[in-house]
Design a protein around this ligand. Structure first.
Ligand code: ADP
Length: 524
């Protein structure tokens, strides 16, 4: 069975996406080498820069987390759940980061924090990002090699969110309260302590490289964009290694790169889910069109027959009534009565001729007999009728013998028969209340050379005296029925060298038996 890719989590990236990813990494490298020579030049202190940037990244990372949690649910993936939680953690740290940033909301930052509290919060974020992705890559590997997604429990997003809330709270307290014991990153508001900054950047770089190595050869579109985001992370850490003073060119550059890093993932996630949604909508539309076309074929044929036959039939009735009235007069007019009755016979013959010609045309159909699996055709037809089944709240029960041999038959015609039998069964169950609403379909080989399909419903059933009449043309008990369905079905089946008959259902409803020879006799 072909594997349907459901999302950016399991769709491998195409060449265009890989090229775009590489181009982005190239652009980032160019930016890095452009900034490097002017790294240390001080620029104006734009105090709103950090709060604005943090606010944008906060929203951005929460959007990423939401999209990832949704995918985690669909794929029942713990890996995606952890990644989403990682993004929530990173987003949460931005709040105290902005509040404590010196000069942002208060000259020395809010929350009574020292200059280093902000730096430590930033450091936690830096480490958390590659660490989260590495953890995701590790868990994902385990998931792809384990049992299919459907067997796994759905990971809890709430648990993920509560855990990272606690974790982010602890990290904030540690950064603020422990600022005096933790090694400092800044000597004052802007000047870095190089050795400690070097250590944290070295750690980030190592972690980023490890995470990149784990994601190497991206198996999905998401992996590809995480790799690009990690490259961004790597480059900004390299920038930080070489300078690090706040409000320098390098610092503005690296902070902007952080933003780019999370924007890339968000935009990719959004573009991909949109693309996927559009593709799904198109597939659904195509499927509905195909379904309507196939279901309509029976309606269209019966409609055409009713129309063609209606006219001569009305003529027959009118002539017969005229004949009768000539005969029942006080002084019957034999001549005219005989003529009218002859007209009635002519119209009757025309009706039969029309039926015969339509039957012949219909029964021949495309005339191409191919080897088909009746079981597959049954399943496919049942899937077509999902709306009708759901509308009447009818459940299907399959007992299909998988050892059923293939048959030689006209696929479209046999499908018409199945559609008609299913539709009749659904109508019949739909007309009942207070009993099981079920259609059981059983297939089995018969006598070594035939196949037998039985469709049993729990509907209103068929009166014994009507058991054979229902196959006559125009016999119907439905207000809007044409009474042609079963008659045409029987013609088709007999054209194939098979048989179609009905029997009372056990313990209620009706059973239709369809017997077809393996070799078939389809075609003219
Ligand atoms: P139509 O569905 O237009 O009436 P059909 O030839 O398909 O024409 O069916 C003829 C009649 O046979 C129906 O009107 C109905 O009375 C009866 N019939 C067919 N299938 C079933 C069924 N599964 N259960 C009960 N009655 C049925």
């Amino acid at each position: 069975m072909p594997h349907d890719h459901l999302g950016l989590f399991d769709t491998p990236p195409n060449r265009r996406q890989i090229r775009l990813g590489l181009a982005m990494v190239g652009g980032l490298l160019v930016a890095f080498f452009l900034i490097l020579p002017v790294n240390d030049i001080r620029l104006r202190e734009i105090q709103v820069f950090i709060p604005v940037l943090d606010a944008v990244m906060f929203v951005d990372e929460l959007i990423i987390a939401t999209l990832l949690y949704a995918q985690a649910r669909v794929f029942r993936s713990r890996a995606l759940n952890i990644l989403a939680s990682g993004y929530v953690f990173a987003a949460l740290l931005l709040l105290p980061h902005a509040l404590t940033f010196p000069g942002a909301f208060a000259p020395d930052g809010l929350l009574g924090a020292s200059a280093n509290a902000t730096a430590w919060l930033a450091a936690f974020r830096r480490i958390a990002f590659p660490l989260g992705i590495a953890l995701y890559a590790h868990l994902k590997r385990a998931e792809t090699s384990a049992k299919p997604g459907i067997a796994r429990p759905i990971p809890s997003a709430a648990f993920g969110v509560y855990s990272v809330l606690a974790l982010a709270g602890a990290a904030t307290i540690l950064a603020i309260v422990g600022a005096d014991v933790l090694p400092p990153f800044f000597a004052n508001r802007t000047e870095p302590v190089s050795a400690n900054l070097f250590a944290i950047n070295a750690l980030t770089i190592v972690l980023s490289i490890v995470a990149m190595a784990m994601l190497w050869r991206p198996g999905s579109v998401l992996d590809l964009w995480l790799l690009v985001a990690l490259s961004c992370w790597l480059i900004q850490s390299l920038l930080n290694l070489t300078g690090g003073a706040r409000y320098s060119v390098g610092w503005y550059g690296l902070v902007s790169m952080m933003l780019v890093s999370s924007l890339i993932v968000m935009l990719a996630l959004m573009a991909e889910s949109n693309r996927l949604h559009a593709r799904l909508a198109l597939t659904m539309a195509a499927r509905n069109r195909e379904r309507d076309a196939r279901l309509m074929s029976m309606d269209a044929v019966t409609g055409a027959i009713a129309h063609e036959v209606g006219q001569p039939l009305t003529g027959t009735i009118a002539s017969a009534m005229a004949g009768l009235s000539w005969l029942t007069r006080e002084r019957p007019d034999r001549e005219r009565a005989i003529k009218a009755l002859h007209d009635a016979i002519d119209s009757g013959n025309r009706t039969t001729a029309v039926i015969k010609s339509i039957r012949a045309m219909f029964a021949k159909g495309t005339g191409t007999a191919t080897e088909i699996s009746l079981n597959d055709l049954v399943r496919e037809t049942a899937a077509f009728l999902d709306r009708e089944l759901a509308g009447e709240n009818v459940a299907l029960e399959f007992t299909l013998d998988e050892a059923l041999p293939p048959i030689l038959a006209d696929r479209i015609q046999i499908q018409r028969v199945l559609v008609n039998l299913f539709t009749n069964a659904i109508d019949s169950v739909g007309a009942t209340r207070g009993r099981p609403r079920r259609i059981a379909i059983r297939s089995a080989p018969l006598n070594g050379q035939d196949v037998l399909l039985e469709i049993s419903d729990t509907g209103i059933g068929i009166a014994p005296e009507e058991m054979t009449r229902i196959f006559e043309p125009f016999f119907t008990t439905k207000g809007t029925g044409t009474g042609l369905g079963l008659s045409l079905c029987r013609t088709i089946v007999e054209e194939h060298g098979g048989r179609l008959w009905a029997s009372p259902g056990e313990p209620m409803g009706a059973t239709f038996h369809l017997q077809l020879p393996r070799g078939g006799r389809a075609g003219p």
